[in-house]
Design a protein around this ligand. Structure first.
Ligand SMILES: [Zn+2]
Length: 89
């Protein structure tokens, strides 16, 4: 049997739900912040993948070697743009 609720109760429930969502959003943002730059880089990588730009250096647009991506899938720069000393592929 369906419970009949007054509009006031529905409003209260809605407010409670919104408050819970706000709380969970804060938790998510805390996690994201705790994960630091890596999480941001991962999000950016997923976004680039969605836009079809994934796998290229965001500075010089060179293709990133698959080995490099396997090692650091969220990497944004090729070895030379990242200033790495070892030779890039
Ligand atoms: Zn580059």
């Amino acid at each position: 049997m369906a419970e009949i609720r007054s509009p006031r109760l529905l409003m209260e429930e809605c407010r409670r739900y919104s408050a819970q969502l706000a709380e969970l959003r804060m938790l998510l943002e805390e996690r994201l912040h705790a994960a630091g730059g890596e999480a941001a880089a991962i999000e950016a990588a997923l976004e680039r993948m969605e836009r079809g730009l994934y796998g290229t250096c965001t500075r010089c647009e060179a293709f990133l070697p698959l080995d490099r991506l396997r090692l650091m899938p969220h990497v944004q720069h090729c070895a030379s743009c990242a200033g790495e000393t070892r030779l890039s592929a």
